[in-house]
Design a protein around this ligand. Structure first.
Ligand code: TYM
Length: 329
């Protein structure tokens, strides 16, 4: 079985973008691949998190993985901070990456452009991400479009390490879906739907009130035309909604275009609002069932134990190769 690995930061509430671009694809891969899915809580620390909120967001994220359909029997689910080896490998890999490479990362450049105060963690963020990935030798890393650059840097660093110290890491492939890998803001469809959206009108959260999320779809910005047609350049609003529709209904964009030929945006949006509402309702129901009792703690403990076995072995190998260990472990 080929292996896959991916993670999501517990910063803010989980969005429809995270669900469509990451969680839903994870669920669809779990029967075919050996999956490692984690909560990137160390990465969340690169921006200040109110401790109480961070705890809640972490719990929600793990619960949503399961509520959306990830089966802990098929997929190893864990918290990044429970496997200490990530931080240690992150340090070694951080010593192999250049300042220039880190400065070219879009996520970092965007923060600089916004004039935000930037912690050292943001700059070195990709080193920890490289460790998350390379630790487990995955064949694929399923992510949304915005993470492609990070996975590409990870490949470069793995190759650098392998050529300096001999073959150690598998070179991972980013796996980016053709539809749904970049869900846009509903109010500004030229910008990615994001947890950190200030007004939250353009962003649907998976745990949003169902009626609120339906309203957000119905009031999504489209264009003055009324032709339901996929054209991300000239019709970014309707194209974004078509992608959401296609993923949530498992139908092709073309098929949906045909259904709404000559019908206008109103009917299309009303139907999509229903589809989104039904999807969220299903997840929220399951979420409520699993957030009581110690179920999630048990899942995380089991996941961390499985992940640690692989992580310890890989870190020992790395430490032997780089000369940091003097005794054979
Ligand atoms: P994060 O938490 O920003 O996002 C988690 C996943 O959701 C995808 N995503 C989207 N997809 C489609 N449309 C959107 N609007 C949208 N917004 C977010 C992201 O592409 C991502 O797949 N650095 C990572 C977390 C991470 C990680 C890793 C991922 C840490 N270590 C190792 C993979 C492998 C991040 O910040 O994701």
């Amino acid at each position: 079985m080929k292996r896959m690995l991916s993670g999501i930061k517990p910063t803010g509430r989980v969005t429809l973008g995270n669900y469509i671009g990451a969680i839903k694809p994870f669920v669809s891969y779990q029967d075919e691949y050996e999956m490692f899915i984690f909560v990137a809580n160390l990465h969340s620390m690169t921006v200040y998190q109110e401790p109480k909120e961070l705890r809640q967001n972490t719990k929600d994220l793990i619960a949503l993985y399961i509520a959306a359909g990830l089966d802990p029997k098929k997929c190893t689910l864990f918290l990044q901070s429970d496997v200490l080896e990530h931080a240690q490998l992150g340090w070694y890999l951080g010593c192999m990456v250049n300042m220039g490479e880190l400065s070219r990362m879009t996520q970092y450049k965007d923060k600089v452009a916004k004039g935000e105060s930037i912690g050292a963690g943001i700059f070195n963020y990709p080193s920890l991400m490289n460790a998350d990935i390379l630790m487990y030798d995955p064949d694929y890393v399923p992510v949304g479009e915005d993470q492609k650059q990070h996975v590409e840097l990870c490949r470069d660093i793995a190759e650098r390490f392998n050529s300096r110290y001999s073959d150690t890491f598998k070179i991972p492939e980013p796996l980016i879906a053709k539809v749904g890998s970049r869900i846009m803001d509903l109010q500004n469809p030229t910008k990615k739907m994001s947890k950190s959206d200030e007004t939250s009108k353009g962003c649907i959260y998976i745990l949003d009130d169902i009626n609120v999320s339906k309203k957000k779809i119905k009031s999504a910005v489209t264009d003055s035309d009324s032709h339901v047609h996929f054209d991300p350049i000239h019709k970014p609003g309707i194209s974004n909604l078509l992608e959401i529709y296609s993923i949530l209904s498992n139908r092709s964009i073309e098929d949906i275009e045909n259904q709404y030929e000559g019908k206008g945006y109103g009917e299309f949006k009303t139907d999509l609002a229903e589809i989104v509402g039904q999807e969220l309702e299903k997840i929220q129901k399951r979420y409520k069932e699993i957030t009581t009792g110690s179920y999630l703690d048990d899942i995380l403990e089991e996941g961390a134990q499985k992940a640690r076995i692989i992580a310890r072995k890989k870190l020992s190998k790395v430490e032997r190769k780089i000369g940091i260990t003097i005794k054979k472990r």
